[in-house]
Design a protein around this ligand. Sequence first.
Ligand code: NAP
Length: 290
Amino acid sequence: MSTLTTPLPGGTWTLGDLSVTRFGYGAMQLAGPGVMGPPADRDGALAVLRRAVDLGITHIDTSDAYGPGITNELIREALHPYPESLHVMTKVGAHRDEQGGWPPARRPDELRRAVHDNLDGLGVDVLDLVNLRLGNAEGPQEGSIAEAFETLVELQEEGLVRHLGLSNATTEQVAEARAIAPIVCVQNMYNLAHRHDDELIDALAGAGIAYVPFFPLGGFSPLQSAELSAVAARLSATPMSVALAWLLHRSPNILLIPGTSSVAHLRENLAGAGLRLTAADLAELDRIGR
Ligand SMILES: NC(=O)c1ccc[n+]([C@@H]2O[C@H](COP(=O)([O-])OP(=O)(O)OC[C@H]3O[C@@H](n4cnc5c(N)ncnc54)[C@H](OP(=O)(O)O)[C@@H]3O)[C@@H](O)[C@H]2O)c1
């Protein structure tokens, strides 16, 4: 496996002591339908992971809840032993029920088990980054996270986790966590059409904390908008590329984890995310989420 040295769109960002490409890869949808069970095309899934690293991507987002266990298994099979430059970011705080739901699993014993499941699944002694996944499938929910976050801090002190982050979190929960221990990122839903976190992104940028939008392309319902299509047509680019380029322009602390099960889409997204958007393009795109 050769790793290209060409800079990727957006350059790099430092998460604690880890340098990562701002353009990463989100592995969730590599599992079967509904993020349950194995993929229909296992070799294809392995090929996408290998190609992502080959193209120079140095961070992959996952969770033991994907599959469950399937996505981590694919990452391990495709990429273990991991290149030193590659950092796999995972999440704990939800498990899967038989209907494919995502019930919370944030008791201390559940979080400990989830960290060990991720260590075993990925085949590592230390997890580079663990996000505490909060809220539910509808979004963030208010409430104290102290007990759960303190459990992750204990696991960090035990040397099983390098860095901590939050996912699906409210602004108050971000502040509560930061009063307990440093976090290096927040992973929340955000894209051109879903802009609830605009203020949080700016505040985190000021604090040197990364913001990692999940569903950057709209997730299970890919982004569709007349303004996006118009800008994309003008730039002779795809709407997905423009959506990713807009995120890279939006703030320097934004890291991308777009998902795809296709090598062709991976290449297209990577190439397109480097598009230069003019002030007029940005103003037109800005209207989508307002
Ligand atoms: N913290 C959380 O609670 C949470 C929740 C959801 C997701 N996440 C993370 O966020 C990551 C990204 O989310 P996601 O993958 O669900 O959504 P996404 O990145 O917004 O979109 C992925 C979808 O876009 C399609 N796509 C990608 N490139 C395309 C292109 N060039 N042209 C047309 N379609 C394209 C993919 O289909 P193809 O496979 O056909 O390319 C896939 O259906 C996940 O992998 C996961 O790691 C976290």
